[in-house]
Design a protein around this ligand. Structure first.
Ligand SMILES: Nc1ncnc2c1ncn2[C@@H]1O[C@H](COP(=O)(O)OP(=O)(O)OP(=O)(O)O)[C@@H](O)[C@H]1O
Ligand SMILES: [Mg+2]
Length: 469
């Protein structure tokens, strides 16, 4: 449960102080003001969940203050206390959004009951927002990894295997290769799928904030720590914590993280008693952590702790045969988002896209398709089914991109094409046969020894390389 922040406004100092003390005793975070102007000064500096104001004060009316609260902090709730309730003022108060009215002398129990209801509603709203975001992600196609190339089949197979364990996973790969999608997939397939998946980008947050984000803090442990705060290890308890860009984590925090992984308990900043946590850790990096160890940026002991199983996401140029399928997936996605009809890619556009090296990987492809879908105009003279994205819809760099000549391109080389097809086909049959090679050989219509030979020749990962986790 979160603490509610409450501002009490009353010109009568004793009443103001008494109410504030009672609320503080009930663990509300309370501030006070004896004047409307003082209250407004506070509201300009920070927000309050609830404002409880007297109705008539020498410095102004509670109703005017309520109107200002609505302008300054639309999320805040206003409650009014008064010794003189008349029907008109009650109606006026309700009209401007005052939630409730309390007669003086105050019945404290009624106020506490109201605040408890508001607190409950706050917690429910937060939970709802979290669940909505999760639901949105779950039903979003982005959460599945597209691609039938050997590289993607192998990555997916490893993901399925590690999902059944609670071991720490390190996902590596260049930027935009789908490391986060892979992490979500592991969580989705795991026994903890109903618990939270919480992610944090260790490279995007300053060191001192990262520490309190991860481990939590106690009220007063630093200047802006106005409340106790749970860290993400506690928030994700029972579920998965995704530590993105772990290579960017400052060394001082690496020691603390290592301790949490070893002891399975966290100590909040400024706290004295550790909290037990049971969290599956998935870390991701696009840095070469072994190089970072050499240069002193990353601790080797932490590396060995997190690198229990490594899932390597391939660069797009290493599985460019998945590009047409990925492009189709993104066209459908953006057609939905932009409320446009689904279109195709012209052959020439596919040739240009496949000739590019994609340093930004799948994310870059996604951006190129989004741009093309925004700029793409359907020619009213052509039927909608004939609409396709042409080279002119791609960024200018693609217009002049030399498409490899037919003779020189691996893409058009028959042996290369057959090799690619055979790798993909054998990998698919192996998957369908549950990696029983005898069964796969039968399905392929070849002897077991020929299958082994082919697998070696085509560099297909064999079951013996599967990890014991
Ligand atoms: N195989 C895939 N199938 C479908 N979508 C993918 C695939 N790979 C990546 N994506 C999409 O590409 C985008 C980038 O993926 P993601 O954020 O997981 O990459 P990343 O490796 O975490 O990148 P970074 O290192 O920059 O954080 C996302 O929108 C994701 O949905
Ligand atoms: Mg990422």
């Amino acid at each position: 449960m979160n603490t509610l922040s409450v501002l009490v406004v009353d010109d009568e100092p004793v009443q103001c102080k008494t109410l504030a003390e009672i609320l503080q005793d009930q663990s509300y975070d309370v501030s006070t003001s004896g004047t409307v102007e003082g209250a407004l000064d506070l509201l300009r500096k920070r927000t309050f969940d609830v404002v409880i104001t007297d109705f008539r004060m020498p410095s102004g009316s509670g109703l005017d203050l309520a109107k200002k609260v609505r302008e300054l902090c639309p999320e805040s709730v206003t409650l009014i206390m008064t010794a003189y309730a008349d029907v008109e003022s009650v109606i006026e108060a309700m009209r401007i959004g005052v939630l409730d009215y309390f007669l003086k002398p105050l019945n404290i129990d009624l106020i506490l009951h109201k605040l408890a209801l508001i607190r409950e509603q706050h917690d429910l709203q937060k939970e709802l927002a979290f669940l909505r975001a999760e639901l949105h992600r779950k039903f979003d196609d982005d959460s599945s990894l597209i691609g039938d190339s050997v590289a993607m089949i192998e990555a997916r197979k490893l993901i399925e295997q590690v999902a059944t364990t609670k071991g720490t996973v390190l996902i590596t790969g260049e930027s935009g290769t789908g490391k986060e999608v892979a992490a979500r997939q592991i969580h989705k397939l795991s026994a903890q799928q109903k618990k939270k998946f919480v992610g944090i980008n260790c490279g995007a947050i300053p060191e001192n904030l990262l520490e309190s984000e991860l481990f939590g803090h106690k009220k007063g442990s630093f200047t802006s720590a106005t409340d106790d705060k749970d860290g993400l290890f506690v928030v994700a308890n029972g579920g998965t914590l995704f530590l993105d860009e772990i290579g960017e984590m400052p060394r001082s925090l690496q020691v603390k993280l290592l301790r949490v992984l070893q002891e399975r308990e966290v100590l909040p900043v400024g706290g004295s008693s550790p909290i037990k946590v049971d969290v599956r850790i998935i870390a991701a990096t696009n840095r070469n952590l072994l190089e970072s160890i050499q240069s002193g940026g990353f601790r080797s002991d932490l590396f060995y702790r997190i690198n229990v199983v490594e899932v390597k996401m391939p660069a797009l140029r290493e599985h460019v045969e998945d590009l047409p399928g990925l492009a189709k997936h993104f066209i459908a996605k953006f057609a939905r988002d932009l409320k446009k009809p689904i279109c195709t890619l012209s052959n020439e556009a596919i040739r240009k896209l496949m000739a590019y090296s994609w340093p930004g990987n799948v994310r870059e492809l996604e951006n190129v398709i989004e741009r093309a879908m925004i700029l793409h105009r359907i020619d009213p003279a052509r039927p909608a089914s004939a609409a396709s994205i042409e080279v002119c819809d791609l960024p200018s760099g693609f217009q002049n991109l030399p498409v490899a000549s037919v003779e020189n391109s691996d893409l058009y080389n028959l042996d290369q094409a057959l090799r690619g097809f055979s790798r993909g086909h054998i990998a698919k049959v192996l998957e369908a046969a549950g990696h029983e090679k005898k069964e796969a050989a039968r399905m392929l219509g070849m002897s077991l020894s020929s299958l082994y030979r082919k697998m070696e020749e085509l560099e297909i990962m064999t079951k013996k390389e599967d990890l014991e986790i």
